[in-house]
Design a protein around this ligand. Structure first.
Ligand code: ATP
Length: 514
């Protein structure tokens, strides 16, 4: 675990050192849980967004996009339930003065029991070697059964308390489980309180006439209030989806862990409108489709898992998270929710306008049901970096830091490197770059030894480098170096465009999801 934390620290400083992510307002000592994306970060982020957008709107004829405003009529947040129910249970430790989410403290305790069970299994697996039967061991070993019983009991109490939002019960669990503050090490806890996560501001110029409005905590509502506009103008028939990428804001209680939990972040959400009664079928379909999208990135299938919700949000009748194995454990990257007709029906009620869909096949009007897929751009960014970051030991004893980014997501696709800064090599390199820059992002670099330049490109995940040497002036060929294999091959300049374009194209990634 300590090793994993170490990797995470390295990753955070790597992000800053190479211009991926900076703390916001850094010269003023930063602003808690707000981050800025740097020159390479924005490229990677845009590529991630394109991958998602194309997966939705190119791969599905019945999914279209919108871009709705962040400011919305305040009654929308009454209707959606966010004013009354978008709360997290918070608890303070009186000694450290640190604030925690009570539910997260308990989830971490559950994870501890799981870890203990896994350790027993690992130990036994080593002892028994090939003859080891894990299922049998888990079903019979005394220690594992003891931890499992503790896990089951805690899980039950936790689910009950969360479903009833019983704040006293949550506190009692924390006390009974002897959960201590990681900073002070004490159990000196306050009571658990509800905390609303929405930011608010005022719109309008005069103090009297100003209206309290909220910064949206999710992009979904912009889709719901436009669904009939899109359906009618786009002549959409059920089932169909609306996709949107945009900023969302949450006044998170505990905002640590870098860009995993931010107060301003970006979501990619798709709301899929279906006929009532078919929603659970579509829920299963979208669960599968979305996991394929993640796995196609090639970070390792074992790094993903589903996690069904303990407590269904106020709007859902089925919900699953897709979790990724971050350096700090398996964590949610995407949520898939069957939101029923909760949002649309409430918008009908609060707005007083009918937003029913007329079904031409059955000749009836009804409010559609909704399946939502909601993924954070920033968490995806973090999962990809965590999955691609490697300090690789080379055969010659050196180490190199390399980001094995999927080529189509890499900020720079090709580095163009003249071997020396003279003899017409820089001019030749510029000529190549001027030809290729229309097709993909190239970076020119002539400073330092070629080895150092390769390392710099490895560290930012550039999949290819070409070196222009004296021979190039005679044979019009360059040395093409592959980031992952470090293999070098001679290639004609005339073939570069096709070769690299194909290797960095997003098409292959999209096809993998079929
Ligand atoms: P968590 O339980 O971690 O707070 P959530 O269940 O509240 O997350 P959703 O409301 O389902 O999250 O939001 C959908 C997605 O938006 C999440 O899967 C995540 O990727 C992203 N997201 C939510 N909150 C944040 C945040 N504070 N910072 C970055 N991304 C976030």
């Amino acid at each position: 675990m300590a090793q994993q934390e170490d990797v995470f620290k390295k990753l955070v400083s790597h992000c800053k050192e190479y211009g991926f992510v900076f703390p916001s307002s850094e010269i003023y000592d930063g602003l808690a849980a707000v981050y800025d994306y740097g020159q390479l970060g924005v490229e990677l982020k845009n590529n991630i967004k394109k991958y998602w957008w194309d997966s939705m709107t190119l791969m599905h004829e019945n999914i279209v996009g919108i871009d709705s405003a962040i400011f919305m009529h305040p009654t929308i947040w009454k209707a959606s339930g966010h004013v009354d129910a978008f709360n997290d249970p918070l608890i303070d430790n009186r000694d450290s003065k640190k604030r925690y989410r009570a539910d997260v403290l308990i989830e971490e305790q559950l994870a501890k029991y799981e870890e203990k069970m896994n350790k027993e299994v690992e130990k036994a697996a080593k002892r028994f070697g090939e003859a080891f039967d894990e299922a049998q061991f888990r079903a019979t070993n005394g220690r594992v059964l003891e931890y499992q019983a503790k896990w089951d009991a805690l899980h039950q109490r936790f689910s009950d308390a969360m479903n009833a939002m019983d704040l006293e019960a949550l506190k009692q669990i924390i006390l009974d489980e002897n959960i201590v503050c990681p900073i002070s090490g004490t159990r000196n806890w306050t009571d658990v309180r509800q905390f609303n996560l929405m930011f608010s501001t005022e719109m309008g110029s005069t103090a009297d006439g100003a209206m309290k409005i909220y910064l949206r905590p999710e992009t979904a509502q912009g889709i719901f209030v436009n669904y009939l506009n899109v359906q009618k103008t786009g002549r959409m028939k059920l089932p169909f989806g609306i996709a949107q990428i945009g900023k969302a804001f949450r006044n998170e209680i505990v905002a640590r862990q870098f860009i995993f939990r931010m107060r301003e972040f970006e979501q990619m959400e798709m709301q899929f409108f279906v006929k009532p009664g078919t929603e659970l079928e579509w829920f299963e379909k979208w669960k599968e489709t979305r996991l394929k999208w993640h796995k196609a990135l090639g970070l390792g299938d074992e790094k993903y898992r589903y996690h069904d919700h303990e407590k269904l949000a106020h709007y859902a009748n089925a919900a699953t998270d897709i979790e990724f194995q971050m350096p700090f454990g398996f964590k949610e990257v995407e949520g898939i929710h069957s939101r029923t007709n909760f949002d649309l029906s409430n918008h009908e009620k609060y707005s007083g306008k009918s937003i029913k869909y007329f079904d031409p096949e059955s000749n009836e009007s009804y409010v559609p049901y909704v399946i939502e897929t909601s993924i954070g751009v920033d968490r995806t960014f973090l999962s990809i970096l965590a999955g691609c970051f490697e300090e690789e030991k080379l055969e010659n004893g050196e180490t190199r830091v390399v980001l094995h980014l999927p080529a189509c997501l890499a900020p720079v696709k090709l580095a163009v490197l003249p071997l020396v800064k003279k003899d017409g090599l820089p001019e030749k390199a510029r000529e190549i770059m001027d030809d290729l820059k229309f097709n993909f992002k190239c970076q020119y670099d002539e400073k330092d030894s070629i080895g150092k330049r390769y390392r710099r490109q490895d560290a930012i995940g550039t999949p290819f480098c070409v070196t222009i040497d004296h021979e190039t002036l005679n044979d019009n060929c360059v040395t093409l170096r592959n980031r992952d294999t470090m293999q070098q091959e001679r290639i004609a300049i005339a073939d570069l465009k096709d070769y690299i374009s194909k290797a960095v194209s997003m098409t292959e990634l999209l096809k993998k999801q079929r």
